[in-house]
Design a protein around this ligand. Sequence first.
Ligand code: ACO
Length: 318
Amino acid sequence: MGFCVLGTGSALPERAVTNDELSEFLDTSDEWISQRTGISERRLCTTETLDDLAVAASRVALEAAGVTPDQLDLIVCSTTSGDHLMPAEACAVAELLGASCPAFDVSAACAGFVFAMDVADGYLSRGRAERVLVVAAEKVSRLVDWSDRATCVLFGDGAAAAVLGAGGENPLSVRLTTDPTVEVLHVPGVPGTSPYDKTDRPEPHLAMEGRRVFKFGVNAIVTSVTELCEEAGVSVDDVDHFVFHQANERILSSAVSRLGIDDAKVARALAETGNISSACIPLALDRLARSGSLERGQLVALVGFGAGLDTGACLLRW
Ligand code: ACO
């Protein structure tokens, strides 16, 4: 027994920040950012907390699913940028929704939504839960160094959610991998004032080796799609929609040409949102569902990749 997706939802901060606005305080330009990344603008939190965004996305998904908070058996939140180091972001979502089910977070960076779905599937498939809210919420703007043009221009804030119900054949196939390589992409440093702690305390800012991440991302998409389809016994051409992590337009287009797939099947939200880490995949999925182009019975491949280096991918029948 597997799961089906009952409804999706998303929420973005109100403030849109264009590339031109960033060039007012950074040595950058709309031309550089657009050409190298495909990003035109991103939404950044001003007065919104991550709790606000996470619960707003969750409410929309619950409404689409026709599920009330008291009917939830579990809430799993994917985040690496929660409002609280503890408790879990999922606990804040539960409190604001008025739900009383178990709630905890999954931390798998940009691949986190698919990892969280896989955790939810464990509960649904074993009969431990009937309805699970999976929400990915990220305030990446709090993790980047706003004087580093090589990283801060890439990211945005946002949240998106899906309500999963027991029954159904999903996932048709799943691929979770970790190639443990922390320094390639990480946010070092956590607060603390222990007089006994003699370890280094680097600034808590996102650091990455962009070109290594680029190659890893393309390979993660190509390998995952190939293996997901092989495992499910379908051809890559049978897949109706591809929802990949939205890190860089050039990663998407390289993967499209290596896989030889129809570019029109690849969901894109990057230009208006930037990279919102684990919220990218459910947000693109929600937009696809609301556009009316995602029909029941169609095949959808999700591939997330990011720090870890983690890859989380699955093939779903909608
Ligand atoms: N504006 C203007 N110039 C810039 C900027 C900027 N915002 N950022 C970097 N540059 C400059 C660099 O300083 C460098 O200048 P130099 O040649 O004088 O030294 C030049 O542009 C080229 O820099 P590179 O880092 O080599 O540029 P590259 O073509 O590799 O593009 C990028 C950088 C966009 C980060 C690319 O490597 C990439 O997309 N990598 C994937 C990483 C990624 O997407 N990370 C997101 C988070 S990870 C994730 O979600 C999984």
